[in-house]
Design a binder for this molecule. Structure first.
Ligand SMILES: *[C@@H]1O[C@H](CO)[C@@H](O)[C@H](O)[C@H]1NC(C)=O
Ligand SMILES: *[C@@H]1O[C@H](CO)[C@@H](O)[C@H](O)[C@H]1NC(C)=O
Ligand SMILES: *[C@@H]1O[C@H](CO)[C@@H](O)[C@H](O)[C@H]1NC(C)=O
Length: 366
């Protein structure tokens, strides 16, 4: 009877192959039920637990020396300086890794796909490479391919470095926007998950506590402030302590942004407002929006394709009292030496990631 239970657990183990299994295996080894003479090989099917799909194990592994593999969990700590090789099983695999590696087109990173697996190699990793590494199976239907969400695996990899408790950043002074409708993240991530961190305001010098604002620290993200209020504006930095050596992060300028997300809010004006033949006119399409939301403009106008015009896009950030910040995006269309054909409707179409807005202005002759 006992043997049956052990056998069942071992087989269940082989199917699941997770950490708990190792323990059971050891227990089994300790007992004397191994290699029993005359013991039959019994095949037991893995029970379909209440008909639910058993979550598949990660296909993301790290290649250790001597051809051993380590299945990567949610987070992993690796040694900086030692080359990292990850593999993901499958004949068509996609990868993602810290964007920093792409921004600098880092030659330390290479990805190779073979018949059975894809391999990602990162040579001499350092604290700056700390971040999420993910692979997924790509499924194709004819020429259309997409990521298989159920077979996407992720591990957050730390490269701890005593000299860099915070993940080094190329930007020494970062702007973080506080939005009334969502939490704010001060992105001071650590390379050592067990470091003790705190958030500080520069002027007046003060430590921000959960008492001041509801907040939590996530080593893979930074400080998450639940309520984004204008009072939180200012210059901040994070402090990390690990084995008694405090370190300070880069500085973060928190700015409050009041403009809600949506299609652009557009206004269109002409200067001068009334023109006659031979005059010059500037038509300016203006969008007030969130600081980092790009706006693109397209124009249609009476002399299209027949008359030369100049179109000049521009944008700038504007502080609107109380440190509120908005982005002013503009497109100016200039018509010189106006002819009869130039009178009529000027249409400006402004588009951002949330939608588009069309505004029209009639240019009449004096
Ligand atoms: C990145 O580097 C590779 C090899 O050094 C080069 O072929 C490629 O054009 C580069 N890409 C960009 C976007 O700079
Ligand atoms: C909030 O502040 C009070 C007084 O400074 C302190 O006694 C209390 O422990 C603090 N609570 C938390 C959750 O930090
Ligand atoms: C139109 O804008 C340009 C650039 O700002 C300026 O030089 C020009 O004087 C303007 N023309 C009119 C008619 O306002």
């Amino acid at each position: 009877m006992k043997l049956w239970i052990v056998l069942f657990l071992v087989l269940l183990c082989m199917e699941l192959q997770n950490g708990a299994c190792q323990m059971l295996k050891r227990k089994k080894d300790a007992g004397d039920s191994r290699n029993r003479p005359g013991g039959k090989r019994v095949r037991i099917r893995l029970p379909n637990l209440n008909g639910k799909k058993v979550k598949s194990q990660s296909l993301l592994t790290q290649v250790l020396d001597k051809g051993r593999f380590l299945r990567l969990g949610e987070s992993t700590t690796l040694t900086p300086g030692r080359n990292m090789e990850l593999r993901c099983k499958g004949s068509n695999i996609g990868w993602s890794y810290p964007t920093y590696l792409d921004t600098f087109n880092d030659s330390r990173l290479s990805i190779r796909q073979s018949d059975k697996y894809s391999q990602l190699v990162l040579t001499s990793p350092s604290a700056a490479d700390t971040g999420p590494y993910s692979c997924w199976v790509i499924v194709c239907d004819g020429a259309e391919c997409q990521r298989d969400q159920d077979r996407t695996y992720l591990s957050y990899i730390y490269f701890p470095d005593k000299e860099h408790l915070f993940v080094p950043s190329a930007i020494h002074f970062e702007i973080v926007y506080l939005r009334p409708d969502r939490p704010t993240v001060v992105p001071c991530r650590v390379t050592e998950p067990h470091a003790k961190t705190s958030l500080h305001r520069e002027v007046p010098p003060e430590e921000i506590t959960a008492n001041v604002t509801q907040m939590t620290y996530d080593p893979t993200k930074g400080f998450v402030l639940q309520r984004s209020t204008p009072e939180l504006q200012g210059v901040f930095y994070c402090k990390a302590v690990f084995k008694d050596t405090p370190q300070i992060s880069t500085k973060y300028q928190l700015l409050y942004v009041e403009v809600p997300s949506g299609p652009p809010f557009v206004s269109l004006g002409a200067f001068p407002e009334t023109v006659g033949g031979g005059d010059n006119v500037n038509l300016t399409c203006t969008v007030l929006g969130e600081p980092e939301v790009d706006v693109s403009f397209t124009w249609s106008y009476p002399g299209q394709d027949q008359r030369p015009v100049h179109i000049r896009p521009s944008w700038r950030l504007v502080n609107r009292g109380m440190g509120y910040t908005t982005r002013v995006s503009q497109s100016t269309l200039t018509v010189e030496d106006i002819e009869t054909i130039d009178f009529g409707s000027y249409v400006c179409k402004a588009k951002n990631q949330h939608g588009e807005t069309i505004v029209t202005l009639r240019l009449n002759s004096t």
